[in-house]
Design a protein around this ligand. Structure first.
Ligand code: ADE
Length: 244
């Protein structure tokens, strides 16, 4: 999969050399390119922002450096039907696990990281005339720019790309994979600082372990995320009645 990132802080993405994603890059599973937006700003100060038309606080990112950078990326796209261009924004749809699976199935994704008060609207309008465009938020809070949001999204979908996580079974039993939060995990020693591992996990009885883990998932989800619990139990009811 090819990933392009446009940013004024390319160093943010140096850490994508590490860990599982770094390995996936070394193996050629992920082909990542980071572009410094300022390389397409041709004045002496490499200016990428200007004051907003109509007045107001803050600065707006100018369209020309975006146009030039995205032109190059679009021309280079390995995807027959072009890339998906994602602009992280607190005004976008909230990124969730389902979106992570969709992103993992893309052949080419471009991330455009805005800073300041945002990007000139014509960049989005023009990009949408050339490719699929999505505004995506990672949650209801405001970051200084899109870089950290892009890191979070890449972490979330990168691990779903086949071959990135060594043991694909580990993706099945984690939070959000089945609509519930994950069960608690324990390892040796069996007693630590007076705290014991639950007996059932030492019993060797696979069926009981499975049952206990599912109950833990339900209880955790009910307490911490009643919204997910409600969606899960109403879905389970609907399935049950469809079977009947
Ligand atoms: N940029 C600023 N805040 C953001 C958020 N919550 N999600 C994505 N991009 C952002």
């Amino acid at each position: 999969m090819r990933i392009d990132i446009v940013t004024i802080f390319p160093q943010f993405f140096d850490i994508l050399d590490l860990s599982l994603l770094g390995k996936a890059r070394a193996q050629g599973i992920i082909d990542l390119h980071v572009h410094d937006l300022r390389d397409a700003a041709h004045d002496r100060h490499r200016t990428v922002d200007d004051t907003p038309y109509g007045g107001g606080a803050g600065m707006v990112m100018k369209p020309e450096p975006w146009g030039e950078t995205l032109d190059g990326i679009l021309t280079d796209s390995p995807a027959a039907d072009g890339p998906l261009i994602v602009f992280p924004s607190p005004a976008g749809d909230v990124f969730q696990q389902a979106r992570a699976h969709e992103f993992a199935a893309e052949e080419h994704i471009v991330f455009g990281c805005g800073r300041y008060e945002g990007i000139d609207q014509r960049v989005f309008d023009w990009a949408a005339s050339r490719a699929r465009v999505a505004l995506v938020s990672i949650g209801d809070y405001v970051l200084n720019g899109g870089e950290v949001a892009v890191m979070a999204m890449i972490e979330a979908f990168g691990r779903l790309i086949p071959g990135v996580v060594g043991n694909p079974a580990s993706l099945v039993e984690e939070s959000h994979s089945d609509g519930l939060l994950e069960y608690p995990s324990y390892t040796k020693p069996a007693t630590w600082r007076g705290l014991d591992v639950p007996d059932v996990l030492l019993s060797g009885h696979h069926g009981n372990v499975e049952k206990w883990r599912h109950e833990q998932q339900l209880e955790r989800t009910r307490q911490v995320r009643p919204d997910l619990y409600e969606a899960y139990t109403s879905g389970a009811d609907a399935e049950g009645s469809a079977e009947r």
